[in-house]
Design a protein around this ligand. Structure first.
Ligand SMILES: Nc1ncnc2c1ncn2[C@@H]1O[C@H](COP(=O)(O)OP(=O)(O)OP(=O)(O)O)[C@@H](O)[C@H]1O
Length: 210
C-alpha cells in the first residue's frame, strides 16, 4: 500500500498557521511502501495532525487521503488492523493493564506474533523483568518502549512514529531504532517519523518540512 495525500489542510489551522509546505496544501504527496520519511516541524505546526489524518483518526481536514492498493481496502478498520501501525505521542496504553497485556491485546486480532516472539521483543528493549507490571507503574521512558513494541507486533505497510524517542536516552534510542529497522525490513514496510529537529536514527529516503 502507498499513501497519497492531496491538498491537505487541517480545518482548525488558519491560513497563517498553514502555508504551502512539503505536505500541507501540496497538490500531491506520495508516501511509497518501503521508503523512510522524516517530517520535521516546530512545536504546534501540525505533526500530530498530519499523522492522525493519515491514520484516519482525525477527519477535520480538507483535501484527500488515498490508500493506494489493489484491490482497494474495504474499511478504515482494515487499514489500521493490517496496513498502518502507530506509535502515538501520548502512547495510548491501557494503564490498568500489564505491559504484556497491552501488547497482546491487538495481537489477538492479528495473530501476527507468537507469545515467545513478543517476549523476545520485550526482552530486547530491556523490559522483560517488568512484563507483568501495570503500565500505570512504569516510567515514561518504559511506557514509550512498550508503545513501540506494541506497534511492531502487528502487520503494517507503514509505521507512523510521532516524536517516538522523547523520553529515551541515546542508548535506548539506538536500541529501539535498530529494532524498528529490523521489523521494517521484515515487513518490507515504510516509516513516517515526525521530529522537532532533524536526526540520524534512520536512513531516511526523504526529509519533509511542514
Ligand atoms: N482537534 C483539534 N481541534 C482544534 N485545534 C487543534 C486540534 N488538534 C490540534 N489543534 C491545533 O493545531 C495545531 C497543530 O497541533 P499538532 O498537535 O498537530 O502540532 P505538533 O506539531 O504535533 O505539536 P507538538 O510538536 O507540540 O506536539 C496547534 O495549534 C493545536 O492547538
Amino acid at each position: 500500500m502507498n499513501i497519497q495525500l492531496q491538498h491537505i489542510k487541517p480545518l482548525y489551522m488558519s491560513e497563517t498557521e498553514v502555508q504551502v509546505s512539503d505536505i500541507f496544501l501540496k497538490e500531491e504527496v506520495l508516501f511509497e511502501k518501503g521508503q523512510q520519511y522524516l517530517v520535521v516541524a516546530h512545536s504546534g505546526h501540525g505533526k500530530t495532525s498530519i499523522l492522525n489524518i493519515i491514520y484516519g483518526s482525525n477527519t477535520a481536514y480538507q483535501g484527500a487521503v488515498n490508500y493506494v492498493t489493489t484491490p482497494p481496502l474495504k474499511s478504515p478498520f482494515e487499514v489500521r488492523k493490517s496496513h498502518l501501525s502507530y506509535v502515538f505521542q501520548d502512547f495510548k496504553l491501557f494503564t490498568d493493564l500489564s505491559l504484556f497485556e497491552n501488547i497482546w491485546l491487538k495481537n489477538v486480532l492479528t495473530h501476527h506474533k507468537t507469545k515467545a516472539e513478543i517476549e523476545e521483543l520485550i526482552d530486547k528493549v530491556q523490559l522483560l523483568h517488568k512484563k507483568d507490571a501495570l503500565v500505570k507503574n512504569l516510567s515514561l521512558g518504559q511506557r514509550q518502549r512498550v508503545a513501540i513494541v506494541r506497534a511492531l507486533c502487528q502487520p503494517f505497510d507503514f509505521i507512523l512514529l510521532d516524536e517516538p524517542f522523547s523520553h529515551l536516552d541515546t542508548e535506548n534510542i539506538h536500541l529501539v531504532a535498530n529494532l524498528i529497522t529490523d521489523e521494517l525490513k521484515a515487513n518490507n514496510a515504510g516509516l513516517i517519523h515526525t521530529s522537532l529537529d532533524g536526526d540520524t536514527f534512520f536512513n531516511y529516503d526523504k526529509v519533509l518540512s511542514l
